[in-house]
Design a protein. Structure first.
Length: 205
């Protein structure tokens, strides 16, 4: 065989070997898409358990104990309950239409008022004077006739009575006139004298 023919044969073999090597290398480096998906790490799936386990491993913070109230705060709460009790009683009578006021009703109303703290009595009384109707004025008369109540509060009720219907005044003023020790007796006597309604002398004490 000629030297030139041998040279071409060698070159052809080398070329075939190079092509085979390239094909083998390419086929071994390519991974199917399904295999890549299956083998790929799932960061989301692994991250969530790690975060959850981290939260579970953290110790729970102890609850802070309820702060104890001071004596002043406890006293204020107790005072507020007494105020609310009297205001609620006033509201119940405000909602009633007509109806007789009994002695027990009067006593309960006066007792609830006297239980109100001294520094809140005036505001509660003003509220009651505005809300209690003429039909239930005897509730207020209970305060008016109780001489253990502070004089300023008795006078508040007395002035309220003077601004009410004539029937209310005719009901209450003669009762005050019978008691000369009442704080409002002098004013009552003057009013009855000026209006010519002074009771007969035999009714005086």
């Amino acid at each position: 065989m000629a030297l030139g023919a041998k040279k071409w044969i060698v070159l052809a073999c080398v070329a075939a070997a190079v092509v085979a090597l390239l094909v083998f290398t390419r086929s071994s480096s390519v991974v199917p898409a399904e295999e890549r998906t299956e083998n790929a790490p799932t960061t989301e799936a692994t991250a969530e358990p790690d975060a959850q386990s981290a939260e579970e491993s953290e110790p729970a913070e102890p609850e802070e104990p309820a702060e104890e109230k001071s004596e002043e705060e406890l006293r204020e709460e107790a005072d507020e309950k007494l105020v609310d009790a009297f205001d609620s009683l006033t509201d119940r009578w405000m909602e009633k239409e007509g109806g007789e006021v009994t002695m027990k009703d009067m006593d309960d109303f006066v007792a609830a008022f006297k239980a109100v703290p001294d520094d809140r009595k005036e505001e509660c009384l003003h509220r009651a004077l505005n809300l209690v109707s003429d039909d239930h004025v005897l509730l207020l008369a209970g305060i008016l006739f109780d001489k253990t109540v502070d004089k300023e509060h008795i006078e508040l009720v007395f002035n309220d009575v003077l601004n009410r219907d004539e029937e209310v005044k005719k009901l209450i003023l003669p009762k005050i006139y019978k008691d000369k020790t009442h704080p409002c007796w002098a004013d009552t006597a003057w009013i009855l004298d000026a209006t010519g309604e002074t009771p007969n002398k035999e009714n005086k004490q």
